[in-house]
Design a protein around this ligand. Structure first.
Ligand code: NAI
Ligand code: MG
Length: 503
């Protein structure tokens, strides 16, 4: 597996591969082996300028007939062709994703399947748009006729993170292209490989030049110039709350719309009436998928005090059974953390928790059988106070913290005791109780008797410091559409507000 070739790519601008202006590149490190396995180009403002110009030309070229003003059905053909190529190259893309971000191969395969599915889904929505892009509105004055046009928003900047490299890019790109926008994609410097492969796929299927541009590089060097570029009409961002806040401040200078999908500290509330094994499995799935690096991870377990002991005992046993290994190894369920910096950060969260008085029930360090790679065993942290960092801040690693409760009210209070509001899960056999708790959760996404399942037909996004705007489903498409009101005067006579002057 170690011999998987990392393609050597340049920036993708105006339909062609171009060397970055300053000729610099960023090393790619395999987080499972700590080895440098390749590099990606490091774009700067000059490259971003060129990409934005290409995207703008593509938007307006030929009166928009090539792309933005073409029918949705025309654009859908490209989206379907991209989906077909993704499926053709599935195993290669999944392997690259695993090597680049440490994700277990089975998860990466799942992601790539979703990528293809998402392009096909937005192809359907692009086609449907042809009959839905003109909506008549009834107005109370007979002499006026009013309708609404839905038009592509323009040139959009898409800035994405490293935990779902190709999937997060797709959640933004598929609806943006379906809507008729042209795009500049800035993937994370920690995982850019598959986004560059997507560019190659777009070139392969003959996507008009400039419709998609991919500029890899560091956030401040390649992301920031995109955000403040006057010819970028919108920024869609997924990543940390700190960077999201910076992006919002910078976009505010130009009153540029942004949608932000940021961090989280999501709760999973487990009541006393559950089937222990089922609840244990969802608790693990909710926190340790993608090596615990999920914005929506339900990383705060809030468990009824009467079952806490039995539940935690099982949880630890199940943790011991999770295979931590190189993500390409058969049966791997937990791979390494993305980078040395993130690895150090996660470990420092765990040691700070200990200093603050919490106890580590299991995990907390690199497993003994691995002597290199940024691996951390599944970690469960008890004796947690709500004032502790581990309860309040996003760890972005395989660390679950636990608190017990006695009453439903107390459980809800603990669940909402966070500055974030992305996901929340409740596990109970009492469906009326699940309904009440779902309603009380301050979150954008609620899971009942599960945690994490995500479907591209349903809206995704948060509230509070988890951001705003919704991706996926029809909401994802609306993100990239401008609503234009067109009102027509249809009266035969003069309108009659002013009096005509005497002849
Ligand atoms: P980040 O939020 O800084 O990076 C996300 C993207 O933003 C990357 O493409 C990055 O290059 C870009 N970026 C960074 N600074 C920018 C700027 N000033 N202007 C424009 N773009 C910029 O996240 P990072 O540093 O990789 O991870 C740090 C923490 O963020 C993690 O520990 C985790 O807590 C959180 N995170 C949350 C994610 C989510 O899905 N909500 C995903 C990745 C990280
Ligand atoms: Mg990487």
């Amino acid at each position: 597996m170690a011999n998987t070739e990392i393609p050597n790519r340049q920036l993708f601008i105006d339909g062609e591969w171009r060397k970055p202006f300053n000729n610099k590149r960023i090393p790619i490190i395999n987080p499972a082996t700590e080895e440098i396995i390749g590099d990606v180009p490091a774009a700067t403002a000059e490259d971003v300028d060129a990409a934005v110009e290409a995207a703008r030309n593509a938007f307006y070229r030929n009166g928009g007939r090539d792309w933005s003003a073409a029918t949705g059905a025309h654009r859908a053909k490209y989206l379907r062709a991209i989906a077909a190529k993704i499926s053709e190259k599935k195993s290669e893309l999944a392997k690259l994703e695993s090597i680049d971000c440490g994700k277990p191969l089975d998860e990466a395969i799942w992601d790539i399947d979703d990528v293809g599915g998402c392009f096909n889904y937005y192809a359907d929505l692009a086609e449907a748009l042809d009959s839905k892009n003109k909506i008549s509105v009834s107005v109370p004055m007979e002499v006026f006729r009013c309708h609404v046009l839905k038009e592509p928003l323009g040139v959009v900047g898409l800035i994405t993170p490293w935990n779902y490299p190709l999937l997060m890019a797709t959640w933004k790109l598929a609806p943006a292209l379906a809507a008729g926008c042209t795009a500049i994609l800035k993937p994370s410097e920690l995982a850019s490989i598959t986004c560059l492969e997507l560019a190659e796929i777009c070139r392969d299927v003959g996507l008009p030049p400039g419709v998609l541009n991919v500029v890899t590089g560091l956030g401040p060097d390649a992301g920031a110039p995109l955000v403040c570029h006057p010819h970028v009409d919108k920024i869609s961002f997924t990543g940390s709350s700190v960077t999201g806040s910076k992006i919002m401040a910078s976009a505010a200078q130009l009153v540029k719309p942004v949608s932000l999908e940021l961090g989280g500290k999501s709760p999973i509330v487990v009541f006393e009436d559950v089937d222990l094994d089922k609840a244990v499995e969802w608790t693990l799935f909710g926190c340790f998928l993608t090596n615990g690096q999920m914005c929506s991870a339900t990383s705060r377990l809030i468990i009824h005090e009467s079952i806490a002991e039995a539940f935690l005992e099982k949880l630890v046993k199940w943790c011991d059974n999770i295979k931590v290994s190189d993500p390409l190894e058969e049966g791997c369920k937990l791979g390494p953390i993305i980078s040395n910096a993130q690895y150090t950060k996660v470990l420092s969260f765990i040691s700070r928790a200990k200093e603050e008085g919490a106890s580590i029930l299991c995990g907390g360090a690199r497993p003994q059988h691995l002597d290199k790679g940024y691996f951390i065993s599944p970690t469960i942290i008890m004796d947690v106070e709500t004032s502790m960092q581990i309860w309040r801040e996003e760890v972005f690693g395989p660390a679950l913290c636990v608190k017990t409760f006695a009453t439903e009210e107390e459980a809800i209070e603990l669940a909402n005791d966070t500055q974030y509001g992305l996901g929340a899960a409740v596990i109970s056999q009492d469906l009326e109780r699940c309904k009440r708790v779902s309603k009380a959760f301050q979150a954008g996404i609620v899971w009942v008797n599960c945690s994490q399942p995500c479907f591209f037909q349903a809206p995704w996004g948060g509230k509070k410091r988890s951001g705003f705007g919704r991706e996926l489903g029809e909401w994802g498409l609306e993100n990239f559409l401008n609503v234009k009101q067109v009102t027509e005067f249809t009266g035969n006579d003069q309108f009659g507000w002013y009096k005509a002057p005497p002849p």
